[in-house]
Design a protein around this ligand. Structure first.
Ligand code: MCA
Ligand code: AMP
Length: 506
């Protein structure tokens, strides 16, 4: 029987890549694929020594680093479930994820160790390790003493490989259960349709706690045995200087608007790049056009979701049409449905539904929520409003879900409103997203003050920063006497959005 463990597929490619460079950290020394394999085995043995078993969750909140990649691969290899967390999440946010996922191991940065040890004890977590580069008790230290031989755990296609939390329009965050087959099928499809070829070099500047930087970028490059130029984070100047050493780059729209803001960015800087990919948020058609005018290259925009990996992509060879997200990936089918579930025809606007090997297996310990998001015939309801042409080309036209996407990070207004409503002096609140030149959408809060309470913008922002990740905190807060409501009493967010539409752009 074959092994459906994604790592077993990757390891074949690593073996074939031999001594070729896997990672070129900037700054830092290159790491070959042979070294990567040995290190992953050591980390896998270290996880087992710590008592982690196949199926257990390993919760990881660490800054982007090569050790972090080793941990991701080792977790796959020994059959456990990797649960990455955005490094911007506050301790209060992390507490929920740990209490819900019940990991057997938590790995964090040294600055967080005390808070997380306390949390772990409260929630019955086996152990907490830091990932720091050296020092007794760090995971790296533990891995160093291990054997470089480790047998990859046998996994079935539906066994879990990842648990990625996504917030929701109501209630708490939900853990999307991602299987080995979800990841393998998606990575193989993208590797093929994006024409990965020998000699490709990926410039990697995305965070690796989300699908885009972790699964889409890394897994495709791994399948190709490609060299990965490894940047700590996105810095437009640094990316500009390294582009001529790469052939592929993937990013959120903010990466591309920031590059375009640099005078030196143009065709010369992009001469070696055969593929620029954009996704995680809509890219404005004008950005596509300006990019092509400046560089002669057309960005390939694709569309996806944590629960589904990549769903559609513009074609590599055919027309990459600005404002559209292209066609369903091989083996994935998509359709547009009305509110009542009826299937709509070409050009009609409705909610996009998707089915295929890429679709997650459900929300962690939330069977009712899972059932709500699927149609009886197995289609997953994405919550994105879209239309489809007769030939299958998809355009995302909006969102049925109340979601803001800021610089590629999701912000659910409900979560921010709940925190605002708990602050002293605030009566009620409405959180909206309005056009932002850098982040695509900027988060704005409109609040009412309780009688006699003086609500100050800076204080509200300060108080929220202790509770919520920085990217969720409203960039501006406005105090109104009342929130606009319709006859049913529902807050009219569209009215607020039109009032503040030009806030960041004029
Ligand atoms: C940082 N800040 C932000 C954001 N990032 N505020 C709003 N939205 C953001 N995305 C805050 C910082 O804390 C800081 O606050 C201030 O804004 C300015 O920070 P700056 O230095 O400009 O930001 P940065 O550190 O350069 O980060 C911007 C970024 C980053 C490079 C665009 O946000 C990023 O890497 N985004 C990628 C997200 C991503 O990978 N998404 C994929 C999700 P202060 O000054 O007050 O301290 S996966 C997904 O969506 C699906 C599956 C898909 O289709 O891919
Ligand atoms: P996440 O939950 O972080 O996986 O975010 C997924 C959401 O990002 C999708 O449901 C879409 O709303 C949005 N998204 C991703 N790629 C695109 C794109 N190319 N165009 C428009 N929206 C996108």
């Amino acid at each position: 029987m074959g092994n459906a463990n994604l790592y077993s597929l990757l390891e074949e490619r690593f073996e074939a890549a031999g001594d070729r460079v896997a990672f070129r950290p900037v700054p830092g020394d290159p790491v070959s694929y042979a070294d990567l394999r040995a290190e992953v085995a050591r980390y896998a043995n270290a996880l087992e020594t710590e008592g982690v078993k196949p199926g257990d969750r390993v919760t990881v909140q660490v800054e982007k680093s090569l050790e972090n990649v080793l941990l991701y691969l080792a977790t796959l290899k020994m059959g456990a479930v990797y649960q990455p967390l955005n490094t911007a999440y506050t301790a209060a946010e992390v507490d929920y994820f740990i209490s819900d996922a019940k990991p057997s191991l938590v790995v964090c940065d040294p600055a967080r160790i005390e808070a997380l040890q306390h949390m772990a004890a409260t929630h019955g977590v086996g152990s907490v390790h830091t990932m720091a580069p050296s020092g007794a008790g760090t995971l790296k230290d533990l891995a160093e003493g291990q054997s470089a031989v480790h047998e990859t755990a046998q996994r079935a296609p539906d066994d879990l490989a990842g648990l990625l939390y996504t917030s929701g329009t109501t209630g708490r965050s939900k853990g999307a259960m991602i299987t080995h087959d979800n990841l393998s099928s998606n990575a193989l499809a993208l590797h093929r349709i994006w024409h990965f070829e020998p000699g490709d070099v990926l410039l990697h500047a995305l965070p690796i706690f989300h699908v885009h930087g972790l699964y889409v970028a890394l897994n495709t490059a791994f399948l190709n045995g490609s060299e990965i130029i490894w940047l700590q984070k996105f810095d437009a100047g640094q990316v500009l200087s390294l582009l001529p050493e790469a052939t592929v780059m993937m990013g959120v729209p903010t990466f591309y608007t920031r590059l375009l803001a640099l005078e030196a960015f143009g065709a010369e800087a992009c001469r070696t790049i055969r593929l620029f990919v954009s996704g995680s948020a809509p890219m404005l058609a004008e950005t596509h056009v300006e990019f092509e005018e400046r560089t002669g290259s057309r960005i390939l925009e694709r569309y996806g979701m944590t629960e589904a990996g990549m769903i559609t992509s513009n074609p590599y060879d055919g027309e990459r049409r600005a404002g559209t997200v292209g066609y369903a990936l091989p083996d994935v089918t998509v359709r547009i449905a009305g509110d009542d579930g009826s299937i709509l025809g070409p050009g009609e606007i409705g909610v996009l539904e998707a089915k295929g090997p890429n679709i997650f297996s459900g929300y962690w310990q939330m069977p009712e929520k899972t059932a709500e998001e699927f149609r009886p015939d197995g289609y997953f309801i994405t919550g994105d409003m879209a239309q489809m042409e007769a030939d299958g080309r998809v355009t995302i036209v909006g969102r049925a879900k109340d979601l803001i996407i800021s610089g590629g990070f999701n912000v659910y207004p409900k979560e921010v409103e709940s925190e605002l409503d708990e602050l002293a002096g605030i009566g009620e609140s409405a959180v909206i997203g309005v056009p932002h030149p850098d982040f695509g959408e900027g988060v704005v809060a409109i609040v009412t003050a309780n009688e006699g309470a003086g609500v100050q913008e800076a204080e509200v922002i300060g108080a929220l920063s202790d509770r919520l990740a920085k990217f969720k905190v409203p960039k501006r807060v406005f105090v109104h006497d009342n929130l606009p409501r319709n006859a049913m009493g529902k807050v009219q967010k569209a009215e607020l959005r039109s009032q503040y539409n030009a806030l960041f752009t004029t």
